[in-house]
Design a protein around this ligand. Structure first.
Ligand code: SF4
Length: 295
């Protein structure tokens, strides 16, 4: 029997609901799963019926940040409705940065708005009582295929292995840096001089957070073809609790050294390796193929 899904929203821009439509073969996915309710799809029930009813979803998908009051959904407050169905569901999948950590909404009212388990980096979310059922899929928005992968595992009766923030290791066990096509430029410390440049690494000047952000954006490509860093846009770290950072597209430095180094790389190791890399300029990498002049 098809896995029964109930998709409910807290404070949200709808981005995750839209993102999900980019799974390959959406029509097949709609046959594969039974949607009790989704905000943008014709479904078994309306929001009013869900709010007044007692459905039994296998998976509750939560999109958006949670707030104690003031967000109506049907005849109930969003948090009351989501909590009621979190009790009834076998699994609660938090889709997107806001549902997991509170995201952009939390910045506005950090004392009132949070995610399911987390308020930014700290515990203090609204669905703590359901921790063991929760699978976190942060991202702004969530990668459609990460959500589909998770739902398919649950449909098979298998729970994915989770990291310490309850993110599936299969999807978040890598950094965005892994698989990026600009790795050779990173190793030899060759900068991308402009946002959107085809050549060079975006870490040294453009604020790329790929080396310390967990997510498989460069392994499971978006729409099967691309990722931010492949297109010349720095990774903005949207799967991590400290998103959104200020000054997203700048590399903050202390004494000319990036303030944040790649995950688990000691400063001494970083300085030794980059010092050596800088000393050996590789003409193949520094000579730009697309008309940029050497500085
Ligand atoms: S652009 Fe970002 S993800 Fe790609 S190699 Fe450079 S630092 Fe890593």
């Amino acid at each position: 029997m098809a896995l029964k899904l109930l998709w409910l929203q807290g404070l949200s821009c709808n981005g995750n609901a839209h993102s999900f439509f980019n799974v390959p073969d959406m029509a097949g996915v709609l046959r594969e799963f039974a949607f009790i309710y989704h905000p943008l799809l014709p479904c078994e029930a309306t929001l009013e019926e869900v709010s007044g009813g007692d459905f039994s979803p296998d998976v509750l998908i939560v999109e958006g940040a949670l707030r104690r009051d003031g967000v109506p959904r049907g005849d109930e407050e969003a948090l009351t409705l989501i909590t009621r169905y979190a009790k009834r569901a076998k699994w609660v999948v938090c889709a997107g940065q806001c549902a997991v950590f509170g995201g952009i909404f939390r910045l506005n009212e950090p004392d009132k708005i949070a995610g399911a388990l987390y308020a930014g980096k700290e515990r203090g979310g609204f669905l703590d009582a359901f921790e063991k059922k929760i699978i976190n899929l942060p991202g702004c928005p969530v990668h459609p295929e990460w959500l589909l992968f998770t739902l398919r595992m649950l449909a098979l009766g298998t729970a994915p292995r989770l990291d310490d923030l309850r993110r599936p290791v299969e999807l978040y066990g890598y950094t965005v840096h892994e698989g990026c096509l600009r790795n050779e430029y990173f190793e030899w410390k060759v900068d991308a001089r402009d946002f959107g440049a085809k050549e060079g690494c975006l870490f040294y000047e453009q604020g790329c957070r790929g080396p310390y952000t967990r997510g498989s954006c460069n392994k499971i490509l978006w729409n099967g073809v691309n990722s931010k860093t492949r297109a010349g846009m720095p990774c903005i770290g949207c799967t991590e609790p400290d998103f959104p950072a200020e000054r997203l597209f700048e590399t903050e430095t202390l004494m000319s050294i990036p303030a944040r180094l790649p995950l688990e790389v000691p400063k001494r190791a970083y300085l030794t390796l980059t010092g050596m890399a800088k000393a050996f300029r590789i003409p193949r990498l520094t000579r730009r193929k697309f008309g940029e002049e050497e500085p």
